[in-house]
Design a protein around this ligand. Sequence first.
Ligand code: FES
Length: 66
Amino acid sequence: MYVCVCRSVTDSHIQREVEAGARSLRDLHQRLGVASQCGRCGRCAKAVLEQALDAPAGIDAALAPA
Ligand code: FES
């Protein structure tokens, strides 16, 4: 789903950036341009970010040896 229409950023883009180390809305702003134009996406982007940060890193991480 589109989170930021102005910059064509989707929830998948945000997920990828979290996997690459993004930890804040500021990180998303710098990496993807989220909330850099009209700003209406800020709240939704933060919610998607928090959900991605809370989500498990994926099956590969779950299966990796400790
Ligand atoms: S919708 Fe993200 S800056 Fe406008």
